[in-house]
Design a binder for this molecule. Structure first.
Ligand code: NAP
Length: 395
């Protein structure tokens, strides 16, 4: 009989196909096909380098198995298989394979904002992975509008028409854009991920279109491709992806949204959904939104028209002449009472989206604010995460 072994797996339902784990793995144990990103059990040495870089926690899945799942089996999954029943004795032996060093590494990865994400209880069930590398959706550019006045900071609002193709997408989900051409190895480029910034019923209500918020990155292959697209051009999409960074359908839920730059894309989708669907009945939203200056803050103009009763806005700037540099975490501290009050409310959901670097500062602010009301933040965060009320998506 085989000795049970611990196998590292990726949850295909939650994975957003950003391929960061595959690019991070030092021994090329992670690979993908048109459908899934998977871990090769023959190669994985449990180094854990892939765990903290995953923006969704989908990478953090483990099963104790008598025979490891093959790559082919994993490629065919649309959801993870349950833990096999190995019998008490064998399962214990297998669990011992999770030695103390690995447990410590996992604890380390989970001590930050990462960890396995859970969808809000009332969220609608998302469709995922309908379009793949092998069978992408072809969308047509309906509009490409510049959102920022800062010449050094070109952020675009891209509207894509899906025509007659079914493309159900919920607020908070992402799509992949496949840049044309091949990489240096003659392989087609991998899709780049963008959060959808429009609500589920379309950028224009009841039209089958979506919007993306894309910043031109110097030398960026995909961002320059998208930002240069003209009206009528076609592009290839994969997805939709993401099954946890979703809006609660419960109108009474309160949202605490913290974002930087183009990380505002899902917050725009949440706000538009609530404007259209719940209006005055909304439990309320408080948004801390950081940008270099008003000229580089995407959607600055339209945001001004959103009523305070629906969305309280704290716009925070880091590079305004004559003003001290301010980050979202600084403003959260300055609004400590409002944030603390939300932390005590079980109806509150937290969303953090944007630069990877902001996580540490935001965690620090939340730790201080939670402490001021006698709550250890790490425990509160873990409860919120397990209840589907704490969500992070940073790159
Ligand atoms: P950005 O303009 O470079 O930065 C936005 C603001 O964040 C600036 O004020 C910046 O300040 C500040 N900032 C820098 N470091 C920070 C830190 N450690 N803590 C708090 N604030 C900090 O932003 P961006 O270029 O738009 O980038 C946004 C990020 O969001 C990208 O990495 C993108 O991949 C990610 N994202 C995008 C989407 C999407 O759909 N487009 C979705 C999810 C995530 P200074 O630079 O002045 O110091």
């Amino acid at each position: 009989m085989n000795t049970p072994v611990k196998q590292h797996l990726i949850d295909p339902e939650i994975c957003i196909r950003c391929y960061t784990c595959e690019m991070t793995c030092p021994i090329e144990a992670i690979t993908h096909d048109d459908m899934n990103v998977v871990v090769d059990a023959d190669k994985c040495n449990f180094c854990m380098d892939c765990i903290p870089v995953c923006p969704t926690g989908s990478i953090d899945e483990w099963r104790v198995v008598n025979t490891p799942y093959s790559l082919e089996e994993q490629f065919s999954w649309s959801e993870l298989p349950p833990q096999e029943d190995l019998g008490p004795g064998e399962a214990e032996t297998g669990m011992e394979a999770l030695d103390e060093a690995m447990a410590a590494l996992l604890a380390e990865a989970h001590s930050g904002a990462g960890g396995k994400a859970v969808a809000p209880k009332s969220a609608a069930k998302p469709a995922i992975n309908l379009y793949t590398l092998g069978k992408p959706a072809v969308a047509k550019v309906q509009g490409n509008y510049r959102l920022t006045d800062d010449p050094e900071h070109d952020v675009r609002h891209i509207i894509l028409d899906l025509g007659g193709l079914p493309f159900p997408v919920l607020e908070g989900q992402s799509v992949g854009v496949i840049p044309p051409g091949e990489d240096e190895n003659g392989q087609p480029h991998l899709p780049r991920l963008y959060s959808v910034s429009s609500p589920r019923d379309g950028e224009r209500a009841n039209y089958n279109n979506i919007s993306l918020t894309v910043k031109r990155e110097p030398g960026g292959l995909c961002s320059n491709y998208i930002c240069d697209l003209e009206k009528g051009a076609e592009l290839h999409l994969t997805g939709p992806f993401g099954a946890t960074f979703l809006l609660p359908d419960d109108a009474e839920a309160r949202l605490l949204m913290i974002c930087t730059g183009t990380g505002s894309a899902p917050m725009r989708a949440f706000t538009m959904r609530r404007q259209r669907a719940v209006g005055g009945k909304s439990g309320g939203m408080l948004m801390f939104f950081g940008a270099r200056n008003p000229e580089s803050l995407p959607y600055f103009g339209p945001l001004k028209k959103v009523p305070e009763t629906l969305l309280r806005q704290e716009l925070v700037y880091s590079r305004v002449d004559g003003e001290p540099k301010e980050y979202v975490q600084d403003r959260m501290m300055a609004r400590e009472e409002a944030v603390a009050e939300m932390l005590t409310d079980p109806a509150t959901h937290i969303y953090i989206c944007g630069l990877k670097g902001m996580e540490e500062g935001v965690e620090h602010a939340l730790t201080n604010i939670a402490e001021s009301i006698g709550q250890p933040w790490a425990s509160l965060r873990d409860v919120m995460r397990s209840e589907g009320r704490y969500h992070v998506e940073t790159y």
